[in-house]
Design a protein around this ligand. Structure first.
Ligand SMILES: Cc1ncc(COP(=O)(O)O)c(C=O)c1O
Length: 377
């Protein structure tokens, strides 16, 4: 079977399993605010999804996104997921002769989009305790030049869960300005961070911020996000945009209801997921050869290292799946460091974490010496 069909069948069979505990894709499975469900139901009842939404998104939602980010002067285009925004930016702004600079590990798809467009990909390794597991401006400065078209910064970093400190964000913005590159600041996990700095105020003319409702609000399957930047940049990008016919109507209604209920609902989500992180840490600390390189994580996930236990991440992932728990092998994120870890999502019901923690020591014992050959994605 071809790889692309195999990948689809893999996710199709995971989706068909109603008992699956989704702890591998940083999705959010904590019950939604009632207002969000109600907004979807009202939209369905009003039959309003029969028409196309406005091309840039409902005005109320666009304004609420800018308000949530606190980026006065910026503007937002609602997109069918952050990935669509990234696809559009990478294909529009990179091509042969240009470079796309990012971190390793990071989120792999945008680099693949730019590579498909003809750009050279440059990855800066950051899986390193000595550098605090995040990018530093000096490292970046060494890799950029007048060929650099996009600097793609996932911050908080997926999978590491680190944030770039404010002083470095300022310097990274300066580096981007010095070479005229677009700084794509992917802030998909921003809501889970203790202290996160947006780059836009330091380089408004060429920073594009990626905002998503998939993780903090838990609307991954509804596909709703936003591309945020200066009105000039977004005007240029919207000339030939892929979602010219507007984004999903139900999703936008849900997103707006989510933003309106955020202050009452989200603090409990954050509390739950940080407490889930602590539960996992307690088990990992007792398991020989296991370790959390970053704790607490500023994302809704943890990197759990198993390399010093001599275990293959894929073997753990496959065994956990036999127990209806999906966690992710590090290789999904990085070829260079992927053999070191699995990644575990924490915006899930506490019972799922309890089950994972109960299983982990037994699974670690069971997979000793095992090499998993089944394809995982
Ligand atoms: C860093 C990062 N950016 C973007 C996305 C995609 O977000 P969306 O669901 O809004 O397309 C993900 C999803 O995992 C991600 O990890």
């Amino acid at each position: 079977m071809s790889d692309f069909e195999a990948r689809n069948k893999y996710f199709d069979s995971l989706f068909a399993n109603r008992d699956l505990r989704w702890m591998g894709q940083n999705t959010n499975h904590i019950p939604l605010p009632a207002a969000v469900r109600q907004a979807i139901e009202e939209s369905v009842a009003a039959d309003e999804f029969r028409a196309y939404a406005p091309p840039l998104g409902f005005e109320e939602l666009r304004a609420a996104i800018i308000d949530d980010l606190g980026l006065k002067g910026a503007t937002a285009i609602v997109t069918d997921g952050g990935i669509e925004a990234l696809y559009h930016v990478c294909h529009s702004e990179t091509g042969p002769g240009g470079t796309f600079v990012t971190t390793d590990p990071g989120w792999k798809w945008p680099a693949l989009f730019s590579r498909a467009a003809g750009a050279e990909i440059i990855e800066i390794p950051i899986y390193d305790e000595a550098c605090g597991y995040h990018l530093w401006a000096d490292q970046l400065a060494e890799k950029v030049d007048n060929r650099t078209r996009i600097i793609y910064l996932v911050d908080p970093n997926n999978p590491l869960g680190t944030c770039v400190p404010k002083d470095e964000i300022k310097k990274i913005a300066q580096v981007a300005r010095s070479c005229g590159a677009i700084l794509v600041h992917d802030c998909t996990y921003r809501h889970f961070a203790d202290d996160h700095t947006l780059a836009w105020p330091y380089y408004p003319e060429k920073t594009l911020t990626i905002y998503s409702f998939s993780k903090w609000l838990g609307l991954a399957g509804l596909r709703v996000a936003a591309l945020v930047g200066s009105p000039e940049m977004l005007a240029a990008l919207s000339r030939a945009a892929p979602n010219n016919l507007g984004s999903n109507v139900l999703s936008q209604r849900a997103a707006l209801a989510g933003l309106r209920s955020k202050s009452e609902w989200f603090p409990t989500v954050q509390q739950t997921q940080r407490s889930n992180q602590a539960t996992i840490k307690a088990v990992v600390d007792k398991l020989p050869g296991f370790r959390l390189p970053v704790y607490p994580s500023n994302g809704n996930f943890l990197v759990v290292e198993c390399i010093d236990a001599g275990l293959q991440p894929e073997a753990i992932v496959a065994e956990m799946q036999r127990h209806n728990i999906m966690v992710r092998q590090g290789a999904y994120h990085t070829a260079r460091f992927g053999h070191r870890f699995i990644k575990v999502s924490t915006t899930v019901p506490t019972e799922w974490v309890t089950e994972f923690c109960k299983l982990l020591p037994a699974v670690a014992h069971q997979v000793r010496g095992r090499k998993e050959n089944a394809a995982l994605f």
